[in-house]
Design a protein around this ligand. Structure first.
Ligand code: ZN
Ligand code: ZN
Length: 296
């Protein structure tokens, strides 16, 4: 299995000299199974350069798995070049939205409204198929298996485990570790919520367990997080903790803050490693970087 980062930025694309090393595109990860099946995790702006690398494989079947429909995870989708070439197949997988009652099949209809984009969905040349996913229902893509699990974010967000021939990667999408909304001053409610959290955490950790590569939402430092509780994102420390608990072999921190320069990103990462020194058997920790490839 091969993994390549095409976008590692959260919230909004942030190109420029200060972000040239880690990259300014928003979330997009290419996963290739051993047999060459193409699985794309999220369609942030990074999917545009990814799609430019695919011409030689046309006609091509692509499987896009959307963690959730916030802009930074879908903004590049209308520019996914395989849509415009006959013979290609694009399969789009994701959660239905319980608020609007709309399935993942509405995603392009919504994005390609004529006043926002000059090409209508009906004018796309590829065959497009939609799959609204259910939690923990496995999807088989050739020699790979994808398992979605619900994470914690203001909208439904699926984390995905991709497995192929005994190797595995898990991507959280956007995720904030669960917090008890009650205080110990309300002991009954507090205890009840603790139990709900324990059950939810177990269902997440069961899917992440033992993964070779964990790619996790690591937007904030612990200090920044105090101003952003409930925004739906994790910290360096919570991602490191998750990687340790899951017995992941490696952790790649991603969803970098758009305002964070390369130097600032390396500085806060170094501080996080100093707070969380590695011991024998702990995962190895890295910053996700645009263009970085991992071979498993
Ligand atoms: Zn995001
Ligand atoms: Zn989000």
């Amino acid at each position: 299995m091969k993994i390549k980062f095409w976008g590692v930025r959260g919230s909004i694309a942030s190109p420029g000299p200060a972000t040239v090393k880690y990259g300014g595109n928003t979330t997009c990860i290419e996963v290739r199974s051993d047999a060459g099946e193409l699985i794309i995790l999220d369609a942030g702006t990074g999917i545009f350069p990814l799609s430019q690398s695919l011409f030689s494989e046309f006609p091509l079947t692509s499987n896009i798995f959307n963690t959730h429909t916030h802009w930074d995870h879908i903004q590049g989708l209308p520019f996914f070049i395989p849509f415009f070439v006959p013979g290609n197949t694009v399969k789009i997988h994701g959660a239905a939205d319980p608020v609007s009652q709309k399935g993942i099949s509405e995603i392009l209809t919504t994005q390609l409204q004529y006043r926002f984009f000059p090409i209508r969905e009906a004018e796309l040349k590829a065959d497009i198929e939609y799959f609204s996913l259910k939690e923990e229902e496995k999807i088989i893509i050739g020699d790979a298996v994808v398992t979605p699990v619900m994470m914690n974010h203001p909208v439904i967000n699926f984390g995905y485990r991709v497995e192929c021939n005994g190797k595995s990667v898990f991507f959280t999408g956007d995720h904030e570790p669960l917090r008890n909304i009650y205080t110990v001053d309300e002991p009954e409610e507090y205890a009840e919520y603790q139990a709900i959290m324990a059950e939810k955490n177990k269902s997440i950790m069961d899917v992440i367990n033992g993964v070779d590569v964990l790619i996790a939402d690591t937007s904030y430092t612990p200090d920044e997080y105090m101003q952003k509780i409930g925004w739906g994102h994790g910290t360096f420390d919570t991602s490191i903790q998750m990687a340790k608990e899951a017995k992941a072999k490696t952790l790649y921190c991603t969803h970098h803050e758009p305002t964070r320069s390369d130097n600032a990103l390396e500085a806060v990462f170094a501080e996080a490693l100093a707070r969380n020194p590695r011991h024998d058997g702990d995962p190895e920790y890295f910053l996700a970087q645009e263009g970085l490839e991992i071979e498993l």
